[in-house]
Design a protein around this ligand. Structure first.
Ligand code: UD1
Ligand code: CA
Length: 476
């Protein structure tokens, strides 16, 4: 959850390294693992954000696979944050990755926290626990967790009475070591001088021919020793494949739901609710099942968000009622509006207070003044609609001539009859009436009645004559 970043007053300076250079082969995708989206953000955003919140400055992100995209994504998500980027051209292992950050941290003395770019569920609380476990000048603290199925993780081997002796990767482990359920979570806090001097001693003599960061544990045991801090697997598990990704998305979404409920939002079924990181909802708002709130969406208080509504980068005022299955993208809905069911708002739709939009109405780049209505089956595009306007069923703005878009202006208090076709550019003056079924190609002065349809002709007796002409023996 968002938390204001805090400066670490009175304690040793803290910097962070986030490892994000690997491809993530087990994802089986073209896209680098850390760029996969979790609640609207690239996975790597989360550990970087947590590091910033813990006061780390700078945070060095080690990038390799799709490094430019990773850098661009983080810079746009975290503008102004003290981020630095280091390149690891060839991925020769986690120790090699940390060494790639050394230049970016020249002159930093104090502590360095090392995080994995694939741990989106890490909480500030867990991070803080590991940071504070490192006794002031101590060399190394790292997080461990107990897993029922430890497969794929490095196992933590303790020497009796002396704390952690080493971490052994699964591929290098003996059958006996593989039975160990305490695994390395991949989160470390080290003293900077210890880190750089010790990393230079790491070798790649192991099953994967990689430089393992986990060797630090055994190397620390030579000196002042390492501290293992047990943390919750719910918070420190890494994402390695698509199955893990889906679990991480679910877990983070559930956390967002909990924090909204804690702030007075009613969510009928949090398991059938999706929200991106950063979405806000006011108290006394009721959210029905199947709602999805994305991007920078903000919802006021006392609203009802009906089943199946999808809101993207949309702002909803107070006391709004969205009936089921509305889709909105970059829209702005004023307080006390009633919308839907089945309304679609495309970008730059703006409703003032108390507007009523009904079923199967599409609005694009259109503003509606206070208390105006478009209750059924309507398309309004590039339109500026005043206050107290009634737009009848089936009304359409013809805003596109095949090359360009044209505006429609409808003044306050206008009544547009059903099935009107308004060919833009066009304006309807204040208080005017548009007759039902009209096709208008010219503007209407204020207060006028516009009739844009051919006069009706009734042919009396027509049906009888037709029937007679079809009866047997007559019609050839
Ligand atoms: C690592 C640990 C393992 C631990 C697990 C926890 C090592 C040798 N093993 O294994 O003990 O249980 O994390 O999740 O450290 N990366 C780079 N450059 C590289 C290699 C990796 O940037 O050359 C990055 C990856 O992009 C990823 C992170 O480091 O974000 C961890 O790498 P990964 O390959 O997932 O390590 P694991 O095999 O999971
Ligand atoms: Ca991993």
């Amino acid at each position: 959850m968002p938390r204001a970043s805090k400066k670490r007053k009175g304690s040793v300076p803290l910097a962070a390294i986030v490892l994000a250079a690997g491809k993530g082969t087990r994802m089986r995708t073209q896209r680098a693992k850390v760029l996969h989206q979790v609640c609207g953000k690239p996975m790597v955003y989360f550990p970087v954000k947590r590091a910033l919140e813990s006061g780390a400055d700078p945070v060095v992100v080690v990038v390799g696979h799709q490094g430019d995209e990773v850098e661009a994504a983080l810079r746009s998500e975290l503008p102004g944050a003290p981020l630095r980027f280091a390149r690891q051209e060839e991925q020769l292992g986690t120790a090699h990755a940390v060494l790639a950050a050394k230049t970016a941290l020249r002159g930093h003395h104090g502590a360095i926290v090392i995080l994995s770019g694939d741990t989106p569920l890490l909480t500030a609380h867990t991070l803080e626990a590991v940071v504070s476990a490192r006794a002031a000048p101590g060399s190394l603290a790292f997080a461990t967790m107990d897993l029922e199925n430890p497969e794929g993780y490095g196992r933590v081997v303790h020497s009796p009475g002396k704390g952690p002796a080493l971490v052994v990767e699964e591929k290098d482990a003996t059958a006996e070591e593989r039975q160990i359920k305490e695994v390395n979570a991949g989160l470390y806090v080290a003293d900077a001088d210890f880190l750089w001097s010790t990393l230079s001693r790491v070798e790649a003599q192991n099953a994967q021919r990689e430089f393992y960061l986990t060797d630090l544990v055994a190397l620390a045991a030579d000196g002042p020793g390492a501290v293992a801090v047990r943390v919750s697997p719910l918070e420190a598990s890494g994402v390695n494949d698509q199955e893990d990704l889906s679990l991480a998305i679910r877990a983070l979404t559930r956390r967002i739901a909990s924090s909204l409920m804690g702030a007075g939002v009613t969510i009928e079924d949090p398991e059938r609710f999706d929200a991106d990181e950063g979405v806000t909802v006011g108290p006394d708002t009721l959210i029905e099942p199947g709602v999805r709130l994305r991007g920078t969406t903000r919802i006021g208080s006392g609203c009802v968000i009906g089943q199946g509504c999808i809101l993207v980068d949309t702002v909803i005022g107070d006391g709004v009622h969205l009936q089921p299955y509305c889709h909105m993208h970059r829209a702005h809905v004023g307080s006390h509006c009633i919308v839907g069911p089945f309304a679609r708002f495309r970008p730059e739709t703006r409703l003032a207070e108390g507007v009523r939009i009904g079923n199967f109405v599409e609005l694009k780049k259109t503003s509606m003044g206070k208390r105006s209505k478009a209750n059924h089956l309507t398309y309004l595009g590039d339109a500026t609609v005043g206050a107290d306007v009634n737009v009848g069923c089936g009304t359409i703005t013809c805003n596109y001539d095949g090359e360009r878009k044209h505006p429609t202006r409808i003044g306050d208090g206008v009544f547009v009859g059903s099935d009107a076709i308004l060919v833009a550019p066009i304006s309807i003056g204040k208080g005017a009436y548009v007759a039902a079924g009209s096709t208008l190609t010219e503007s209407v002065p204020a207060g006028a009645l516009a009739l844009g349809r051919s006069r009706q002709v009734n042919k009396s007796g027509w049906a009888r004559k037709r029937a007679a002409s079809k009866s047997p023996g007559k019609g050839h």
